[in-house]
Design a protein around this ligand. Structure first.
Ligand code: WT7
Length: 651
């Protein structure tokens, strides 16, 4: 609540700079026109964007087929994502882009690779032929479990070239988590690497894949990129080296002419149950959404050097490291490692070295840099920067102001972009040449996006007020479903309100129509901009023989936004000691990955429950944050539990 109050007291505003507006892809006039069209006729607006920003082999017959909650966009249109990201930059009036840098890659040890559009095209065609030679057909799922190396982008684009949907699993997930995702998608092939570099040392990926694929009947091939030269176990008949397969592959591979609604990728994200959801995105609508928003919100120009720091294993990396920038013919920077290696100025060094002009990162990173000290960015020439972006969590006004002052040198507009794995692309954001910004607010919905704030009864909150963030009209980048689970798709997003998408975020809208996102209102935590379900962590904990019951909540954390706190009641004879804390943290790391490891584990002999047996998380959240336990406790089954938990707080 304190956060909400501090946000809503924010009165500073920043008008778009007139020099910026003059050169902007979208100025005030175009933005207003698009807004009007998007408000009155969203399908017409998106159809115009699909025509202007994306290339089609065959035009669509129908812009939108909407049978709630199932949408089909650009029905009958034929399209290919890799064609849009590559071939069209090598042809006709764009042919000069042939030797333009498509990907500027830097490894953590400092090694670099620059792939021009022509080179990237060649590599993608070759790898598409490798996939075909391994029996991958249109519609087959390909799992990518890789470090941040160019081969990851190459593999993605190769999948799109032949119409094989990819499912990327972030390299920080454990073997158990990887296995579950492979099995859910029934992936035929896994692409991985021996490892990658992080914090100055190589980490291994192949052993994790070996462990996972012991129990994945659908997988018959594993292709391995050599990155770190760590020794790997090679299973004859199953494992193939990337470089060996590529050496023989032809560089000719025509892009498949795919239906607009052909599945493009699956990406797993956490929900309120123990099982992650396979979010399904399809081709034409997604590409239209990410290409349009990338062009308008990041004001991308041919001479820009654009860097989004997200790992490609998350949706931000899919949409705004790879697909959006490459479809726009931009130069996109990819960095393999951590921000503070070899020193706390590595990112600023990269910006100076490559002359980065547009920089897109997360509030967690910004808050970490604030703590590390201004001398690190100040020790570098950051004058190439002209635009900054933020994503993943609410950005507190103090962090916004620091970003503006220290990184942006007070001259760069900031775009705070709200969206989700499910939305595919940005939904609420400033347009840098057109919209006045307020620190902490994502400003207004993108044209064509019908975001609103509803109260519990499903009424739109009028004037200044807060409630639940919803989307009232379908949009082209929207998820088409949860892989293999249409029931969960309906229940999660479409059952709270009629024909309206329920985002799961609380939000406030001020009297100027600006949106202030307050964060998740469901049992999902946002840790460093990554979603983790409380239930997922709980099921990892209760799978330990020492645990009778567990309840997991988030508590506010200055750097990561949320810290994970687990309340655990041990089984009868188990001694709740430090060794058990260590074992339980390890257990979570094994079942999910280090990102889900609780910051704190508190032992208790009972959890507060309602009479119907539901854990009262609200109380636990108060206790975990050291707040006075507030609100209604009349349904609490056993008051002594609360007293005991409070006591455990004191020691
Ligand atoms: C959740 C989505 C797609 C972005 C990466 C995270 C939170 C995202 C903002 C923002 C406040 C934000 C929301 C959302 N979120 N952007 N600009 N301001 N909150 O994707 O893992 O699907 O998580 O991230 O809570 O629901 P994700």
């Amino acid at each position: 609540m304190a956060d909400i109050e501090s946000l809503l007291k924010e009165k500073r505003t920043f008008k778009p700079d007139s020099d910026f507006t003059r050169q902007a892809n979208w100025n005030k006039k175009t933005t207003n026109e698009y807004r009007k069209l998007g408000d009155s006729n969203p399908t017409k607006f998106w159809a115009q964007m699909a025509k202007e920003n994306v290339s089609w082999f065959t035009p669509w017959k129908k812009v939108l087929d909407w049978k709630p909650p199932f949408a089909k966009w650009f029905v009958g249109g034929k399209i290919n994502v890799s064609y849009n990201c590559l071939d069209r930059h090598l042809e006709g009036e764009n042919a000069w882009r042939k030797n333009k840098a498509a990907i500027i890659w830097e490894g953590e040890p400092g090694d670099t690779r620059v792939l021009t559009y022509a080179e990237l095209h060649r590599e993608v065609c070759k790898f598409a032929n490798v996939l075909k030679a391994q029996g991958v057909k249109k519609g087959d799922r390909v799992c990518l479990y890789m470090p941040m190396v160019p081969e990851l982008a190459i593999a993605m684009l190769a999948c799109t070239r032949i119409g094989a949907p990819h499912s990327i699993v972030f390299g920080g997930f454990s073997a158990d988590a990887l296995r579950d995702r492979i099995n859910d998608a029934e992936a035929k092939i896994v692409i991985t690497a021996d490892g990658g570099y992080r914090k100055g040392a190589p980490f291994a990926l192949k052993p994790t894949v070996d462990e996972a694929v012991e129990k994945t009947p659908s997988v018959d091939r594993v292709i391995v990129v050599k990155r770190t030269e760590q020794p790997v176990d090679f299973r004859a008949g199953r494992d193939i080296w990337w470089h060996e397969a590529m050496a023989e592959a032809s560089a000719k591979c025509p892009p498949a002419k795919l239906d607009s609604e052909h599945p493009l990728f699956i990406l797993y994200t956490s929900g309120t149950t123990g099982n992650p959801k396979g979010i399904l995105h399809t081709t034409g609508g997604y590409l239209t959404h990410v290409t349009t928003t990338h062009k308008a919100i990041f004001d991308i120009k041919d001479d820009d050097v654009y860097w989004c720091t997200a790992d490609i294993g998350w949706i931000t990396g899919h949409s705004y490291v790879v697909y959006g920038p490459l479809a726009n013919g931009a130069t996109t920077v990819m960095y393999e490692g951590t921000p503070a290696h070899p020193g706390p100025d590595r990112w600023w060094d990269l910006i100076e070295k490559w002359g980065v002009t547009i920089f897109y990162t997360a509030p967690t990173a910004i808050r970490t840099f604030i703590r590390l000290g201004d001398e690190h960015p100040k020790g570098h020439d950051l004058s190439s920067l002209r635009l900054l972006g933020s994503v993943g969590e609410p950005i507190n006004p103090e962090a916004w102001m620091w970003y503006h002052r220290v990184i942006g040198g007070k001259r760069c507009p900031i775009v705070d972009t709200w969206w989700q794995t499910e939305t595919g692309g940005i939904m609420i954001s400033s347009i840098p040449g057109a919209v006045e910004t307020k620190p902490g607010s994502a400003t207004r919905p993108f044209p064509g996006v019908h975001a609103d704030i509803f109260d519990e009864a499903g009424e739109s909150v009028k004037g200044d007020g807060g409630g639940f963030l919803v989307l009232k009209q379908p949009w082209p980048g929207m998820l088409r479903g949860i892989w293999g689970d249409p029931k969960r798709f309906k229940e999660t997003y479409w059952s709270t309100y009629d024909q309206t998408y329920f985002a799961g975020d609380g939000a406030h809208r001020d009297k100027n129509g600006y949106f202030w996102i307050m964060g998740r209102i469901d049992d999902v935590m946002n840790v460093s901009g990554h979603r983790i379900g409380t239930m997922e962590v709980e099921s990892a904990l209760v799978s330990s023989p020492d645990v009778a019951e567990a309840a997991v909540v988030g508590r506010p954390d200055e750097i990561t936004g949320t810290a994970i706190v687990a309340f655990v009641s041990p089984k009868g004879t188990t001694i709740p000691d430090d060794a058990l804390v260590g074992r339980l943290k390890k257990q979570v790391t094994k079942e999910i990955g280090a990102i889900a490891r609780p910051t704190e584990i508190r032992f208790t002999n009972a959890l507060p429950k309602t009479r119907s047996g539901k854990i009262m998380r609200r109380l636990l959240r108060d206790i975990a944050s050291g707040r006075e336990v507030g609100g209604d406790t009349s349904t609490l089954e056993d008051f002594s539990v609360l007293a005991k938990l409070r006591e455990s707080d004191d020691d």
